[in-house]
Ligand binder design. Sequence first.
Ligand code: ZN
Length: 239
Amino acid sequence: MLIQENKHNNSTFSFMLLVILLVVGTIMSLQLSREKKGAEGFTKEETALLSSGDSVMYVLNVNDPDDEKILRTKSLQLGAKALKSKEYESLKAKLMATVNAPEYGGVGIAAPQIGVNKRVIAVQRVDKPGEPFEVYPDIQIDTAFGAPVPGFEGCLSVPPLRGRVFRHPSVAISYRDASNYKLCRDTVSGFAAIIFQHECDHLDGVLFIDKADSVFVDDAWKAEYDSFAAQGKYLRPQH
Ligand SMILES: [Zn+2]
């Protein structure tokens, strides 16, 4: 009777274990597919941010702990489908408007700097006629060429500091054509190569202050920064 009961209990236990495993397995696979979906597109928060009307965005500041979390997060690829979305068009427009705004005026900006952890950057191609700004989705640096050389850098997310950073004089980059997701390649040299290295670092959560061998306050930038701050232009918008 006892053995019988044990047998009964054992089979009930096995059945329950199977049910639990199935449920856990289903939850895990749902979780994985959600994560996969998240990796191939904008999150709900990013979609909300990109749907807002402002074209010039608040630039995240490393001195703000909430901003720093986003700036220090590794950005994900967008994927073919997201590159055809209206959110991507909005991201491009916002990056361009922000980097060109008088209160910012940079030579490059990365999506995490406006709160979007995706591998998209805008770079002023100072090596091309007319020095146009161009946007590069799902970008990476494939190879860096030449011995690193020192140069002074600043960052819209690290005001009002500058620092001396060693960068490679040339880089080979690859990114995606937004219309057909075709892989595009380019080799860039000189100051444009420095901008690509700085902006691609942002996509890995790396800031120039991590690499700089000396950092100092840029007084001219500080004066400009303080004047815009007095106008409230650097304040985080309330949502
Ligand atoms: Zn930067």
